[in-house]
Design a protein around this ligand. Sequence first.
Ligand SMILES: Nc1nc2c(ncn2[C@@H]2O[C@H](COP(=O)(O)OP(=O)(O)OP(=O)(O)O)[C@@H](O)[C@H]2O)c(=O)[nH]1
Ligand SMILES: [Mg+2]
Length: 365
Amino acid sequence: MTNQNNHTSALHEKDGVQQPESISKASIAQITKLRRKQPTADDLVNGILEGNKTMLSRAITLIESTNANHLEKANKVIADCLPHANKSVRIGITGVPGVGKSTFIEAFGKHLTEKGHKVAVLAVDPSSSLSHGSILGDKTRMEELVKDENAYIRPSASGDTLGGVARKTRESIILCEACGFDVIIIETVGVGQSETAVHSMVDFFLLLKIAGAGDELQGIKRGIMEMADLIVINKADGDNIKKAKLAKTEFNRALHLFPAKNSGWQPKVTTCSAITKDGIDDVWKITSDYFNLAKSNNYFEAKRAEQNRYWLTETINEQLKNSFYSQEGIAPLLKQYQEAVQNHELSPFIAAQTLLKKYFENLER
Ligand SMILES: Nc1nc2c(ncn2[C@@H]2O[C@H](COP(=O)(O)OP(=O)(O)OP(=O)(O)O)[C@@H](O)[C@H]2O)c(=O)[nH]1
Ligand SMILES: [Mg+2]
């Protein structure tokens, strides 16, 4: 093979190197055609309703896009999927790094798909934009689930505020449900506000813990304990079993001190090992007991309705905020006013009023 252009390019292939035969020309053409052709909103919706995970992923990418041109299409996809959504249970899982969330979700998810469920795993992790590492880790921690035809795993949206990530995850839930997933697991890391955001989009909240060296309750934020419907003490295997049982007693005692929940549910504590799978079945049994109770006393429906109202307000707040802070000219002005306020030259309220006035004037122009 002689390449006439060799002298103009620093790159050239060695003579005799050919495409491997395993790549057929037809499939290359098919792939390039698909890549080039952006699916329409209807293509995406039809694909999702047929249970096509590739279309689901593409639609979620569209939702996550920060390109303003994608917004309208994303909204159409969500609107068309909405009538097919809602038929699921949504479970939030939280726990500090290393507690075994990924390993637990792998074991729990497999348990559920073996029972005939379709499981989608989404994440709310606003820090993932900084540390893409966890996604890589999860590929190995969730080896079986990743390959499972009845499971779908999607890492957290990144490069956004917590509010932004949370909204996108919530919209992704709708698409996953329309795609036929009936158990939605939302994972989050124990960082500040992300639990609150996840709590506001799930039906059931599970706190993963490990047995420590005694004083179990230390270091848990009261708010997180209050949110939990179930505390699972993971890594109850080998020498840890005894410690896990002790921790279970201690948590049970603590949970009884909290006021009763509106759901009528008394939060539970159980132990499991995500590695040996002992106790995984109990976690699902307890979770199902909760759903039976909450559906029979209508709490389930009432909570979802309340969450919808919450998201309406949240989305408005988030978008108004974004609109304000991203408006051209606001950032330098804000910086100037911040300095003036810091130096006591201007009252923060007057500064805010002036900035907002400027913002509204710009809108009208
Ligand atoms: N012995 C034992 N080890 C476990 C168990 N579950 C998880 N591990 C181990 O604990 C470590 C952390 O597990 P991960 O599943 O990555 O924990 P994670 O909570 O997802 O961690 P981050 O993604 O960093 O937040 C790994 O080395 C796991 O093998 C368990 O039930 N028993
Ligand atoms: Mg993990």
